[in-house]
Ligand binder design. Structure first.
Ligand code: SF4
Length: 132
Protein backbone atom coordinates (compact mmCIF):
# COMPACT_ATOMS: atom_id res chain seq x y z
CA UNK A 1 0.00 0.00 0.00
CA UNK A 2 1.35 3.42 -0.97
CA UNK A 3 0.05 6.40 1.05
CA UNK A 4 0.81 10.07 0.55
CA UNK A 5 2.45 11.51 3.67
CA UNK A 6 0.31 14.63 3.22
CA UNK A 7 -2.83 12.48 3.54
CA UNK A 8 -1.56 10.96 6.79
CA UNK A 9 -0.75 14.47 8.07
CA UNK A 10 -4.25 15.63 7.16
CA UNK A 11 -5.77 13.10 9.59
CA UNK A 12 -3.57 13.98 12.57
CA UNK A 13 -6.05 16.30 14.28
CA UNK A 14 -8.79 13.64 14.19
CA UNK A 15 -6.56 10.90 15.57
CA UNK A 16 -4.90 10.20 18.96
CA UNK A 17 -1.55 11.76 19.82
CA UNK A 18 1.34 9.96 18.15
CA UNK A 19 -0.77 8.83 15.16
CA UNK A 20 1.61 10.05 12.44
CA UNK A 21 4.74 8.51 13.98
CA UNK A 22 2.90 5.29 14.81
CA UNK A 23 1.64 4.78 11.25
CA UNK A 24 5.03 5.67 9.75
CA UNK A 25 6.79 3.18 12.04
CA UNK A 26 5.20 0.31 10.09
CA UNK A 27 6.46 1.33 6.67
CA UNK A 28 9.24 2.87 4.63
CA UNK A 29 9.19 6.49 3.54
CA UNK A 30 9.96 6.91 -0.14
CA UNK A 31 9.98 10.59 -1.10
CA UNK A 32 6.50 11.95 -0.36
CA UNK A 33 4.92 8.54 0.25
CA UNK A 34 4.82 5.83 2.88
CA UNK A 35 5.06 2.25 1.63
CA UNK A 36 3.17 -0.08 3.98
CA UNK A 37 2.81 -3.88 3.89
CA UNK A 38 -0.85 -4.67 3.10
CA UNK A 39 -1.32 -6.61 6.34
CA UNK A 40 -0.10 -3.68 8.46
CA UNK A 41 -2.26 -1.28 6.46
CA UNK A 42 -5.37 -3.37 7.25
CA UNK A 43 -4.41 -3.59 10.94
CA UNK A 44 -3.88 0.18 11.16
CA UNK A 45 -7.18 0.88 9.40
CA UNK A 46 -9.02 -1.33 11.88
CA UNK A 47 -7.24 0.22 14.83
CA UNK A 48 -7.92 3.83 13.90
CA UNK A 49 -11.34 3.53 12.27
CA UNK A 50 -13.10 0.89 14.30
CA UNK A 51 -11.98 1.21 17.89
CA UNK A 52 -14.52 0.17 20.53
CA UNK A 53 -17.10 2.72 21.62
CA UNK A 54 -17.39 3.78 25.24
CA UNK A 55 -20.49 1.57 25.59
CA UNK A 56 -18.63 -1.42 24.14
CA UNK A 57 -15.69 -0.84 26.48
CA UNK A 58 -18.09 -0.66 29.44
CA UNK A 59 -19.72 -3.92 28.33
CA UNK A 60 -16.31 -5.57 27.91
CA UNK A 61 -15.25 -4.40 31.38
CA UNK A 62 -18.39 -5.72 33.09
CA UNK A 63 -18.02 -9.08 31.31
CA UNK A 64 -14.35 -9.28 32.32
CA UNK A 65 -15.19 -8.62 35.98
CA UNK A 66 -17.94 -11.27 35.84
CA UNK A 67 -15.40 -13.82 34.55
CA UNK A 68 -12.76 -12.77 37.09
CA UNK A 69 -14.86 -12.69 40.29
CA UNK A 70 -15.36 -16.50 40.59
CA UNK A 71 -11.77 -17.27 39.54
CA UNK A 72 -9.65 -19.15 42.08
CA UNK A 73 -6.50 -17.34 41.00
CA UNK A 74 -6.60 -13.56 41.38
CA UNK A 75 -3.75 -12.69 39.02
CA UNK A 76 -1.30 -14.34 36.67
CA UNK A 77 2.37 -14.93 37.54
CA UNK A 78 4.65 -12.03 36.65
CA UNK A 79 6.28 -14.18 33.91
CA UNK A 80 2.87 -14.62 32.30
CA UNK A 81 2.16 -10.91 32.62
CA UNK A 82 5.49 -10.10 30.92
CA UNK A 83 4.72 -12.53 28.10
CA UNK A 84 1.34 -10.92 27.54
CA UNK A 85 2.80 -7.41 27.70
CA UNK A 86 5.45 -8.35 25.14
CA UNK A 87 2.71 -9.60 22.78
CA UNK A 88 0.70 -6.42 23.21
CA UNK A 89 3.73 -4.15 22.91
CA UNK A 90 4.46 -5.64 19.48
CA UNK A 91 0.82 -5.38 18.37
CA UNK A 92 -0.41 -2.47 16.20
CA UNK A 93 -3.56 -2.22 18.32
CA UNK A 94 -1.59 -1.40 21.49
CA UNK A 95 -0.94 2.18 22.61
CA UNK A 96 1.34 1.95 25.63
CA UNK A 97 1.23 5.71 26.35
CA UNK A 98 -2.56 5.95 26.56
CA UNK A 99 -4.35 6.54 29.87
CA UNK A 100 -1.34 8.02 31.60
CA UNK A 101 0.83 4.98 30.85
CA UNK A 102 -1.76 2.29 31.67
CA UNK A 103 -1.98 1.57 27.98
CA UNK A 104 -4.93 0.81 25.74
CA UNK A 105 -5.78 -1.94 23.30
CA UNK A 106 -7.66 -0.31 20.43
CA UNK A 107 -9.29 -3.63 19.58
CA UNK A 108 -11.16 -4.24 22.87
CA UNK A 109 -10.38 -1.10 24.87
CA UNK A 110 -8.59 -2.89 27.70
CA UNK A 111 -5.71 -1.42 29.68
CA UNK A 112 -2.58 -3.03 31.12
CA UNK A 113 -4.59 -4.22 34.13
CA UNK A 114 -6.33 -6.83 31.93
CA UNK A 115 -2.98 -8.50 31.34
CA UNK A 116 -2.92 -9.52 35.02
CA UNK A 117 -6.30 -11.26 34.82
CA UNK A 118 -6.08 -15.06 34.46
CA UNK A 119 -9.59 -15.23 32.97
CA UNK A 120 -8.87 -12.87 30.04
CA UNK A 121 -7.58 -13.38 26.53
CA UNK A 122 -6.55 -11.28 23.56
CA UNK A 123 -9.61 -10.47 21.38
CA UNK A 124 -7.89 -11.30 18.07
CA UNK A 125 -8.71 -14.49 16.17
CA UNK A 126 -6.44 -16.30 16.71
CA UNK A 127 -5.59 -14.63 20.05
CA UNK A 128 -2.01 -13.58 20.75
CA UNK A 129 -2.39 -14.71 24.36
CA UNK A 130 -5.03 -16.69 26.24
CA UNK A 131 -6.41 -17.51 29.68
CA UNK A 132 -4.17 -19.38 32.10
S1 SF4 B 1 -4.93 -7.65 23.69
FE1 SF4 B 1 -4.43 -8.59 21.68
S2 SF4 B 1 -5.27 -7.13 20.18
FE2 SF4 B 1 -5.10 -6.04 22.13
S3 SF4 B 1 -3.08 -5.07 22.05
FE3 SF4 B 1 -2.83 -7.02 23.11
S4 SF4 B 1 -2.20 -8.44 21.51
FE4 SF4 B 1 -3.09 -6.67 20.47
Amino acid sequence: MKLALSDIHARVLARPAGYYDHVCSFGTINGTHLILPDEDYRMLCERYRHGPTTAEMATNFVAAVARWLPAKTRKVHSDQFCHRLAQCSACPFWDGDARGGWGKCHKCGCARLKLWCPTERCPLDPPKWVET
